[in-house]
Write a new protein. Structure first.
Length: 437
């Protein structure tokens, strides 16, 4: 990986792209520290120090925003509205025929879907920004902080609307910065910004584990976490690269005096076909009952049960539900993102077949069978990786968003691998020797 970056910096046009990407990253990180108008910055810092290591329901979203959410800055919502909008539109593509038709139109259809994603991102940013401002005004953003109710001193309608507008504009700027990286930089812009947001929280989380440790002034716990992290990175790289290659043979066709086709290729089915999306879905779904309980008044039985079983990440019921939801969403997402019948029809249309399998329906049934077989280990792997923060919560007293936890490590390794592949492919295009070698 380091060799690829070194070679890229030696290539003038790639060096410009890398420096442009680094410049956008610097702008993004500066924006995560600029507070929005109407917020008492001193009280926010006081509450962050009080709630350090116990971020509650907002820990996951705070991790995706690079720590900007709890500081209530202009980029407080981060990239989450865009991620949510992209997932929603991807799910709606299966349900709404109009979106499915746009997806099949190629470049023009993809551009239209991207435009819809931008509109939905702004709408979600307004909704989430309003919820964040209301939470900050009520003092529920930092439970247990004595000055939590004084974070927004002026609670007039004008100040509230201004705060929501500024956060929505910040989300639009983040989306624009991501698209700039995609167009003029290296890699997928949204993925790069997500990578930077998560990586920015690593040093503070690791140092908090060292400070909370008791063995050799915390260095034993710190070293153990680093070793576990390196092992997890190796495991994630191994599984993310693993795939089942289904061979495909194309029949020869005679057009005039020339023969076309007759080539052999394969369909790569990844073991983890769903990526990190099942973990995000499961986490979001488990946050809903805890969020409802947090904003409900009184001390009813259902509220006490939720607070006792679904808020603490180390409770057996929470662990079981989290694991089962990840497995369910892994199969659900694979089912909507990969259509065996469509793949089989396309193969049949272009004269392709799997050796030993008849074209058409038998091919679709075979692809579905293989997909189900490899999704089981992929979903179990996702569930086990996602439970690492819970084990760390018990073993080291770490917070629920452990630095080498499931969601963070999957995103960081996935984005890193994809970015390195893009750099290597661009280097190969610029240094291709072909038949001259």
């Amino acid at each position: 990986m380091l060799t690829a970056f070194a070679r890229a910096f030696k290539t003038p046009d790639l060096r410009k792209k890398l420096l442009f990407t680094l410049g956008i990253i610097v702008v993004y990180r500066v924006g995560t520290h600029v507070p929005i108008p109407g917020v008492d910055y001193q009280n926010v810092q006081t509450c962050i120090d009080v709630a350090k290591g116990n971020q509650g329901l907002f820990g996951l979203v705070n991790m995706f925003s690079g720590g900007a959410l709890l500081q209530i800055t202009i980029f407080a919502l981060g990239i989450m509205p865009y991620i949510t909008a992209s997932i929603i539109l991807q799910l709606l593509t299966v349900v709404i025929p109009r979106l499915e038709a746009l997806k099949k139109e190629g470049q023009a259809g993809t551009a239209k879907i991207t435009q819809y994603t931008r509109y939905l991102t702004v709408a979600l940013a307004i909704l989430q920004g309003t919820g964040l401002v209301a939470t900050a005004r009520s003092g529920a953003l930092f439970q247990g902080c004595p000055v939590a109710g004084q974070i927004v001193p002026d609670q007039s309608i004008f100040v509230t609307i201004t705060m929501v507008i500024v956060m929505t504009a910040g989300t639009a700027v983040v989306m624009w910065l991501g698209e700039l990286i995609t167009d003029r930089g290296i890699g997928n812009g949204m993925s790069i910004l997500m990578f930077i947001s998560i990586a920015a929280t690593f040093p503070s989380a690791l140092w908090a584990i060292k400070q909370q440790g008791t063995l050799a002034d915390g260095w034993i716990e710190f070293g153990t976490v680093i070793l576990v992290g390196l092992f997890m990175v190796g495991l994630v790289v191994f599984v993310e690269q693993a795939q089942r290659r289904i061979p495909v043979q194309y029949a020869k066709r005679m057009i005039g005096r020339r023969a076309y086709g007759g080539t052999s290729t394969y369909i790569p089915l990844k073991v983890n076909q769903a990526g990190v999306i099942p973990v995000i879905f499961a986490s979001s779904l488990l946050y809903i009952p805890a969020l409802i309980a947090q904003f409900s008044s009184g001390n009813s039985g259902w509220k006490s049960w939720i607070e006792g079983h679904l808020v603490q990440g180390d409770h057996p019921i929470y662990i079981s539900l989290y694991f089962l939801l990840i497995v369910f969403f892994a199969f659900f997402y694979v089912a909507i993102s990969f259509n065996p019948e469509e793949v089989a029809d396309n193969m049949k249309k272009y004269g392709g077949f799997i050796p030993g399998i008849r074209a058409g329906r038998p091919t679709a049934e075979y692809l579905s069978y293989v997909l189900n077989r490899i999704t089981w280990p992929g979903s179990l792997y996702l569930g086990l990786i996602a439970l690492v923060p819970t084990m760390a919560l018990v073993g080291f007293g770490a917070n629920q968003n452990f630095p080498f936890g499931g969601t963070s490590i999957l995103i960081i390794v996935g984005v890193g691998l994809e970015t390195v592949k893009q750099i290597e492919s661009q280097l190969q295009q610029r240094n291709y020797e072909g038949f001259l070698r």
